[in-house]
Design a binder for this molecule. Structure first.
Ligand code: TXA
Ligand code: MG
Length: 345
C-alpha cells in the first residue's frame, strides 16, 4: 500500500478513507495518532496489527466535542463538566464506564471502561466532524518506539502499512495526554498516566486527585493494561543524567573508558560544552522542561539513527511538566540513571 502524505487541508479525502475502514495518521497537540473508525472492529484490529501492539492494551477514542461521549457511556460523573470546560480540547484523556456493546473489546481491551479525548488540533477536529465518527488514536508509532511528533516519524515507522498521514507540522507538547480515570468507587479521579495537564491543575478544578503510583514508578505490578510493556525505547541504551555538567563530564569519561560512542540529549549549554568530546548531539535549546518535553521523542529518534553505543539524556526535577517528562524518559532508559555518586562505585 502506498502511504499518502496529505497536507492538513485535505480533510475530505482523509475522512473518506476513514469511513471506508482505512487508517489515517492525524496530528494532535501531544503526538501524532493513528486514526481509525472506533466503531469498525476490523479497522481497529488493523491498528493493532500495523503498530504491533499487544491487543489487551485499550485505545483512546477521539471525539470532536463532549456531546459525542454521551452516546457511549453509562454515567457522567459530576466532576466531568468542569474538567471538560477547563481542559477540552486539550491533553486530558477521561475514562468513563462504557455502555455494553458500544465498542468492541478491541477498543476497550475487554475493560468495562473507555477512554475519551478531544485533541486540540483544528484539522483533526475537522477530520472527526467530517467523518462523523469517533476515532481510535494510539500514538502512530511502531509499538515500543518513541511516539511520533512529526509526520516524518510516522512515515518512518508506518509507511506502506497505512493509507495516509495528515501533516500539520511538529506537535507542540511532545508527550501523550494525561490519562484520568473517573470511575473510582469513591469518586476521586485517578491519574493513570502523567501528561501536560498536571495533578495541581486538575486539583484546582475538581479538588483531590490521586496519582496511581504503580504506573509512575512501575516498581510493582501495573493495574491498567498498557503500563506493563516497555515503551518509548530507542535501540541504543539510554541513561538519565541527574545533576549538573559535572555529572555529564563524569558520564562521558565513564563511557569513553569503555570505548563507547556517545550521544547527548541536553540543553544548549551542555551541548556546547561537550560537543567536541562525543559522537552525536541533540540540543533541545534553552534549559526549559517545556522544550525538553517537546523534543524528547524527536531527540531519541534522531540519536538512535547515529552510530553510537549509549545516549545520555538530561534529567529535570519531577514537578509540574517534569513529572511527565521524567516518566517518559525513565521508560526510555529502562529506569537507568547516573548520579554523581553512583557512577564509579
Ligand atoms: O496524547 C495522546 O493521548 C495520544 C494522542 C494521539 O491522542 N494517544 C495515545 O494513545 O497516547 P495510546 O493508545 O498510545 O495510549 C493510551 C493509554 C494507554 O496507556 C492505555 O493503557 C490507556 O490510555 N487506556 C486507554 N483506555 C483505558 C481504560 N479504559 N482504562 C485504563 N487505561 C486506559
Ligand atoms: Mg503510545
Amino acid at each position: 500500500m502506498e502511504t499518502k502524505q496529505y497536507t492538513a487541508d485535505k480533510i475530505t479525502q482523509a475522512a473518506e478513507l476513514i469511513r471506508k475502514g482505512e487508517l489515517i495518521a492525524f496530528p494532535t497537540e501531544t503526538v501524532y495518532g493513528l486514526g481509525a473508525n472506533a466503531l469498525d472492529e476490523h479497522a481497529v484490529k488493523k491498528v493493532y496489527a500495523v503498530k504491533g501492539r499487544p491487543s489487551d492494551n485499550p485505545l483512546i477514542v477521539h471525539v470532536s466535542d463532549f456531546e459525542m461521549v454521551k452516546d457511549y457511556v453509562t454515567d457522567i460523573p459530576e466532576k466531568t463538566e468542569k474538567l471538560v470546560d477547563t481542559f477540552w480540547p486539550g491533553p486530558l484523556t477521561l475514562i468513563f464506564n462504557v455502555n455494553a456493546n458500544a465498542f468492541s473489546n478491541t477498543v476497550t481491551g475487554g475493560l468495562r471502561t473507555v477512554a475519551f479525548r478531544m485533541p486540540n488540533n483544528e484539522k483533526t477536529l475537522e477530520l472527526i466532524k467530517t467523518a462523523k465518527l469517533p476515532l481510535v488514536g494510539p500514538s502512530a508509532n511502531t509499538s515500543g518506539k518513541p511516539s511520533p511528533t512529526t509526520a516524518k516519524h510516522v512515515y518512518h515507522d508506518l509507511h506502506g502499512k497505512i493509507a495516509g498521514i495528515l501533516d500539520d507540522g511538529p506537535t507542540q507538547i511532545g508527550v501523550e495526554s494525561t490519562v484520568l480515570d473517573l470511575t473510582a468507587a469513591d469518586g476521586i479521579p485517578v491519574i493513570l498516566r502523567p501528561g501536560a495537564v498536571t495533578q495541581e491543575q486538575l486539583e484546582q478544578v475538581v479538588g483531590k486527585v490521586r496519582v496511581d503510583q504503580h504506573l509512575i514508578s512501575e516498581k510493582e505490578a501495573p493495574k491498567a493494561p498498557g503500563m506493563k510493556y516497555k515503551h518509548y525505547s530507542p535501540e541504543v541504551p539510554v541513561w538519565i543524567i541527574e545533576g549538573d555538567q559535572q555529572v555529564f563530564r563524569q558520564a562521558i569519561e565513564w563511557a569513553k573508558n569503555k570505548n563507547q560512542r556517545i550521544g547527548l540529549f541536553a540543553d544548549e549549554q551542555v551541548i556546547d560544552m561537550f560537543s567536541n568530546e562525543v559522537e552525536a548531539v541533540f540540543s533541545f535549546g534553552e534549559h526549559s522542561v517545556e522544550q525538553a518535553t517537546k523534543l524528547l521523542f524527536a531527540g531519541l529518534r534522531s540519536l538512535d539513527e547515529q552510530p553510537i553505543d549509549v545516549i545520555f539524556a538530561q534529567a529535570f526535577p519531577e514537578s509540574d511538566l517534569g513529572i511527565a517528562y521524567m516518566n517518559r524518559l525513565k521508560k526510555a532508559a529502562n529506569q537507568k540513571s547516573l548520579k554523581i555518586d553512583s557512577i564509579f562505585e
